[in-house]
Write a protein that binds this ligand. Sequence first.
Ligand SMILES: [Ca+2]
Length: 369
Amino acid sequence: MSVVRALAALLLLLSSAPASAQITRAEQNAALLHQIQQVHGLSETQMQRIREIFAHSAIIGQGNPAITRHPVTPEQCLAQLEQRAISYDNARFERICGARYMAPLYDPATSRAEDASACIDQFEFPDIPCAYPVVWVKASEAAELCAAEGKRLCDANEWEDACQGSSEPPDYRFDLALGVPPEVGIRRMREAHNRAHAADKRWSYGPAYQPGICATGSFKTPGCNGGSWTQCGSNTYPAGDFPACHSPLEVYDLNGNAAEHMNLPLNVGEMSSRGSVTLGYTEMKGSWFIFDTYRAHEDWCRWRAPFWHGTRVMDPHSHANYHLGFRCCSTLPAKPPPARGLSGLAPAPSAGSAASPGARPAPATGPHW
Ligand SMILES: [Ca+2]
């Protein structure tokens, strides 16, 4: 509750500028960075790195303020949530993930949230309810921003798991990328993947596409053609403004609002979830804020997109545009092996045993709230 009040105070501060004054991108980013530090409890070292990444770009932020027209304000979003008694705070998830606004990735049919080995941001970066997503961000910057927060850019399959509502073993057909140029391998892997999952297609909120559930009812700036900075507003909604737009794992805005950079590995050594910082190739997930009127492509959970604007994730010239953001994941510390008390074969745990029932691993490094 106190955070909602703090956000409201910050927004009031921002909105107290004269109505005629056009807030600049620099001012908007300064407020955003302050909000990130407040909500996620980042250290000064972490913030310094995030400021460096922002300072290096002439376009990163919540859209070009000169032409962006958001359909809903953060104040309206906060008021709506308060009126409906909706809070996105989740003490159980925070305990598991070691950070605010992250959801454990697990298979509810076979395990518990406490068994998860990774977590994913519940909202698009900056992962703050009622904040607009950061767009005009390159894939390389997205990966750097996640790292600055003690997180990592998710692998494509983790985003898909979050959306589908079930964590499955990674199913990359790395064999199809062997000995061929990356774009050929990516196409082959993509086609095989989409064929394999077409029968169980679903959206984060249900088994069929539905307009109005997610942040897909906004509009394209008149004259926006080709995605230029001066012509295309980032007419996004505040994160979490559509409380029904969530997956069974309680991850929001996967469909709609901003499309999202992810990491597509072509071999096991490029998997973010296995600790790689080299990473693989760019992959765009989900859909964006005008999809109810312009469904430019498929957007079911496990659908993999063509290699649009494709590069290596860490390519300094990786793609950025007005409706493309990202979200981060984190790997949790390895858990002790489960106690095998029922079979009678396992020795009874002794005092101080690492396998003592109830023993919990240390929380992930990073912010703690
Ligand atoms: Ca999205």
